[in-house]
Design a protein around this ligand. Sequence first.
Ligand code: PLP
Length: 379
Amino acid sequence: MSVMPSLETLTVHGLGRVAEPYRDIVPPIHLASTFERGEDGGYPGGRMYSRDGSPAYIEVEEVLRQLEGGTQALVFASGHAAASAVLQALQAGDRVVAPRAMYWGLRKWLLDLAEHGYIELAFYDNVDLADLDRQLAAAPTRLLWIETPANPTWEVTDLRAAIALAQKHGAHTLVDSTVATPVLSQPLALGADIVLHSATKYLNGHSDVVAGALITREDSALWQRVRSMRNLGGAVLGPFEAWLLLRGMRTLHLRVRAACANALQLAGALEQHPAVAQVLYPGLPSHPGHAIAAAQMSGGFGGMLSIRVRAGEDAAREVAARVRVFKRATSLGSVESLIEHRASVEGPTSRCPPDLLRLSVGIEPVADLLEDLQQALGV
Ligand SMILES: *Cc1c(COP(=O)(O)O)cnc(C)c1O
């Protein structure tokens, strides 16, 4: 009888290859930067130099490829480096259409590239497909950028419909799926061309690695340029970070499911809290994107939610100052819960409401998290 292990088992086992000669259960860390040539001048080991693609990436890229259902995956030195490789793979002056609500660091990067003439840039309303259609129709567009749920207000974009519009207008689609994770959403199966992850977040999951990843549906001409941009741009991941990322991913499914369950419970409880004006979480039936999220995410709605504090910005900062279990820090997707007053991090160009607190819900017992938020909000 042949056993076909599930994707989850493959992930738990980190692919499960046993390394010779000691039959290590976990892969050794390949540190070599360079590899020996044969007497004939060839490369009998199939490797030349680690900036081209280190053997340290084999397992982690294969797990990522399988998790997203793609044909190839690449790891990068950060989520930003992964995004940069895609943007550098475009032709100068190519048009990019990006969502109004998106991870602010990459929004800043797109605006900077546009200001300096590297790309043309237009924005669309994350949830307004008619607006997206108009923006795509306005001029030939090379790349549609999608992020769902989108930082830090968690708008949900209808992936199937948005990708169909991009295809109609001849644009490639990139989906930043950092918050959804491959556990909950598989954009490539819906026709997206490239999925981007800040692997710093859920994929690694322990606040101890900065890394990025891209997974492609097809080995397209664009992808081949992206591949060469990692090598030429040089934003390669270190072997130890690749190893840590693989190690972190072994518990990905458990961590994501636990964070989703906690976030859903907290969102429901906070929605009833008198000090909270609004809870932004796609898992709540009151969220305008709930039905679309339910249709395109499976197994949960993610571990990220935001609350708007009724008494305003100063009160929101005071709530953040009073937490005892949540940690005050930026970033997301780790086992420990984090809280952040987002507008003050993003600075003067922020589009984030000043009364908003962003919560990255971890995997602690939910009672500890709820009690902490209740005491911080004041009951
Ligand atoms: C953090 C983040 C990024 C950037 O990734 P880095 O690893 O910090 O470079 C991109 N997109 C989203 C949604 C993020 O949360």
